[in-house]
Design a protein around this ligand. Structure first.
Ligand SMILES: CC(C)(COP(=O)(O)OP(=O)(O)OC[C@H]1O[C@@H](n2cnc3c(N)ncnc32)[C@H](O)[C@@H]1OP(=O)(O)O)[C@@H](O)C(=O)NCCC(=O)NCCS
Length: 264
């Protein structure tokens, strides 16, 4: 029986690569890949990269199959001009949207019914690459970061960085939208405002950020379609294993707050 997903639900399924490395799991992931994905996997230079690739594809496919009567191997995808993947088939399973982020130990997939959604995960490496701030952050963001005590700069960097990436991914534009052309701001809630054009409109966006474990940050950008707030649910999972813990992201001390509620 497929899981229910309402128009204002956003569910994030995330998996730790270390928990999904067993050969039996990797074989199960390999089994749901399309031939071209298997070929792409084989081109990665290391076993760790191949394992992460298989997990990413399997997490995406098994997650989508939770919401539709479609076997994981039967999903087909297309990409927009900037590389954003979307479901191409089976047509009967629509509407269902998703976005992926992966790397350095964690893979995440956000699913919505029809809303544009972007997710970004980063491993928090200290010291943060603060030399990127001048090139990629807006003047407002740079000013807000510099106003904080130096001890908070690393945390602020990753908070900003992941929210900015989640936002450009939700738009589907990737790096076609310059990262300094909009500003992420905190306050009672996290907002986004354009510094250059008219793309950003903070009333239309719900932004959320949380730490996962000790070393990773996950951020989300969700486009509101008819006002109202999304219910955001985070679920840790080992695809193809009987393991699934769920939790809700709490507001994140010191790095802004996201609105999130749970019904589970
Ligand atoms: C999409 C993008 C913005 C995100 O890339 P990223 O943060 O490196 O990687 P993530 O793992 O978070 O996201 C990659 C996934 O996003 C999805 N994606 C690709 N293009 C996308 C787009 N235009 N819009 C939304 N999602 C997209 C894909 O599913 C991709 O994974 P896949 O190729 O395995 O299917 C990419 O354009 C990019 O190249 N970013 C580089 C950012 C950078 O320079 N970072 C420096 C860090 S200090």
């Amino acid at each position: 029986m497929p899981l229910n997903l309402g128009p204002r639900d956003a569910e994030v399924w995330y998996a730790w690569t270390a928990a999904c490395a067993e050969p039996s799991l990797q074989a199960a992931y390999d089994a749901v890949l399309e031939p071209h994905e298997r070929a792409a996997c084989a081109r990665f230079a290391t076993a760790a990269l191949r394992a992460e690739y298989r997990l990413t594809r399997a997490l995406c496919r098994t997650t989508l199959s939770r919401y539709a009567d479609v076997a994981p191997a039967d999903w087909r995808f297309r990409h927009n001009a900037q590389g954003r993947p979307e479901i191409a088939a089976p047509a009967g399973a629509l509407p269902l949207r998703f976005n992926l982020s992966h790397g350095r130990g964690l893979v995440a997939c956000v699913v919505t019914r029809t809303a544009d959604a972007g997710v970004d995960v980063e491993r928090i490496v200290v010291p943060a690459p603060l030399d990127l701030v001048a090139a990629y952050f807006s003047t407002d963001e740079q000013r807000a970061l510099q106003a904080l005590p130096a001890a908070q700069h690393d945390a602020r960097f990753y908070w900003l960085w992941t929210l900015k990436e989640a936002y450009i991914k939700a738009l589907g534009l990737g790096l076609q939208l310059p990262l300094d052309s909009f500003s992420i701001r905190d306050g009672q809630r996290i907002t986004v405002a354009s510094t250059a054009g008219a793309i950003a409109d903070d009333e239309k966006w719900q932004l959320f950020s949380t730490l996962l474990g000790q070393e990773h940050r996950l951020s989300l950008a969700l486009r509101r379609e008819q006002g109202g707030e999304f219910d955001i649910r985070l679920r840790e999972v080992v695809p193809r294993a009987d393991c699934c813990a769920s939790r809700v992201g709490e507001p994140d001390p010191g790095a802004g707050s996201g609105r999130s509620r749970t019904t589970s």
